[in-house]
Structure formats: C-alpha cells, structure tokens
Design a protein around this ligand. Structure first.
Ligand SMILES: [Zn+2]
Length: 290
C-alpha cells in the first residue's frame, strides 16, 4: 500500500467527504503519498513507547499505534481538513449539490470527532461517541467503558470523565469557531448546543460512523453479547503480545464507533438506543453568510 496506487476504499472515503470526483482523487492520492512517512513516524514511536513496562493506568493513556490500513483512513481525514476550512470560512460555492450545508458540516463534525479521538485511545473514543455525539450520562458511559474493556480497575472517577469531555468540546469549538455554540448545562458541564429534533440526521450519522469505523477491524460484538462475556469474543479483551494488544484497542474503538456494535452494547446494558440519544449540533449558519 505504500506505493502510489490509491485503494478503492481510500477514494470512496475521500469522495464521501468531498462529494467531488476530482477532489476525492487529490485527497486520496495525497494520503497515500504521506503514508510511508506517517508509518515510519509511528514505528519510531512504537519502538520508544514504554507502554509494556508502565502501569495499566498509564498504558491506557498511551496513544494508539494504527495499522497501515487504519493510518491511511486517518490520513484521508487529515487531507480533507481544507474542506472544513472552506466550510467554516463560508466558501460554500463548491459544495456538492446533493447535500445541504448542515449535512456538510455534520459530516465534518463527526469526522473531526472521530479523528481527534481515534488518534488518542479507546477511552477518548468512548467520550466522543457516548458523551459528545450522544448524550449518555457519565455513569452510563462508565458502564459502557467497563463493558468494552472488561476491567473495573481501569475506571476513572466522574470528574476525570467530565474534564476530558470538556477538553474535547473545546477542541471542537476551536476547530469549528462560531459555527458551534458551547453552552453550560445545569450541572455546569459544557456541551455543544444541540438540535431539538435529530430524526432527519440519524441515517447520515450512521453512514458517517460506518465509514469512519477503523478499516482493519470487524464486528466482534455479537447479537447475543452479554455483560458477563459468556459469548464475548476473547479477541476484544485478551491478548498475547504487544501487537495483539494494540489491535485489541482498535477493536474496542470499532465496538464504540460502528453503529450496529454500539447499539448492541447499549442494549446489553439496558440503556436507551443510540438514535434516541443523538446530539446533533445546532450549527449557526448565519455566521457563514458572505
Ligand atoms: Zn461492528
């Protein structure tokens, strides 16, 4: 994959993000060209990363090492950032005809959320998916995280969760600027002002999340998954070597990002279905007017 050929999957993702064949070709080609350098940088980090010798708590904070496939997917997000710049600056004349401005912003919002968190670790993905893109409570999010990691010792207290959510919201606000409005809830917690009715956007968000699920992964959360793990795939929770451990972290990200798997996790815990908990930002389109 480190050659110049652009895999179909890469072109298709770039086309989804840009809506233009020419732009998709440019974005995917640039991502492929950057892949060799990015993979070498990751290998250097892998070599120096002391995650095998530190405590579990510190290990969970360590950044993920992405496979070449997932790294290419991530690079396409990065190479598509100029589209978001254009949107936030009101340069909307090149938008694809098939989508409106809110849909365009929403696609880049979900992409940005996934991009920011996938490059960190599954804990950050959990915050992004359950606490920012959906409005599950901190307590519910902690239950979900325990279910995915199967390790109570990795629990962090609620103040830590809230602090990390605040960090993520501020990062999104910085990127999207005045298009996003940050408000404070009754508990003083920051949140992005959301639309009252999200029904119209459920299908699009599902489509985004399916496309943004790490390419190297597959569905390991079965229909009859239980909290006791009697039917849980061992690949999600155990490992034999460092490489497998890293892949398990990416598989956990799959379980959180992929709509079908995430819905099974919430159902297993008796939580409300993800569609009912969706938080779609109330994008301020007036600031984009020329
Ligand atoms: Zn899945």
């Amino acid at each position: 994959m480190t050659g110049q050929a652009v895999p179909n999957q890469a072109w298709e993702l770039a086309f989804f993000l840009s809506g233009h064949e020419d732009l998709a070709a440019q974005i995917s080609a640039r991502a492929v060209n950057r892949l060799r350098v990015a993979a070498a940088a990751q290998d250097k980090r892998r070599y120096y990363q002391p995650s095998l010798r530190v405590s579990q708590t510190d290990a969970t904070r360590s950044k993920i090492i992405l496979s070449e496939t997932d790294l290419l997917q991530y690079l396409i997000y990065r190479e598509s950032e100029f589209l978001l710049d254009a949107l936030c600056q009101g340069r909307t004349n090149a938008l694809p005809q098939s989508r409106d401005l809110t849909e365009e912003l929403l696609i880049h919002y979900v992409k940005h959320l996934v991009m920011l968190t996938v490059s960190r670790n599954s804990f950050h993905v959990m915050i992004g998916i359950s606490r920012v893109l959906h409005n599950y409570s901190t307590t519910e999010a902690i239950l979900l995280y325990h279910l995915v990691t199967q390790n109570q010792e990795r629990a962090k207290d609620e103040s830590y969760w809230r602090a990390r959510k605040g960090q993520l919201i501020r990062a999104l606000k910085t990127r999207f600027g005045s298009v996003l409005t940050v408000v404070r809830g009754r508990s003083g917690e920051e949140r992005i002002q959301a639309q009252a009715d999200t029904t119209k956007y459920q299908t699009l968000v599902d489509d985004c999340l399916r496309r943004f699920t790490p390419w190297s992964t597959s569905c390991l959360v079965s229909e009859n998954f239980t909290p006791q793990c009697s039917s849980a795939p061992t690949q999600m929770f155990s490992s034999h070597d460092a490489s497998a451990k890293n892949q398990i972290k990416v598989e956990r990200m799959h379980a959180l990002i992929h709509p079908a798997c995430f819905a099974r996790l919430t159902s297993t815990l008796g939580l409300a279905a993800p569609h009912t908990q969706l938080e779609i930002p109330q994008f301020d389109l007036s600031v984009l007017s020329p």
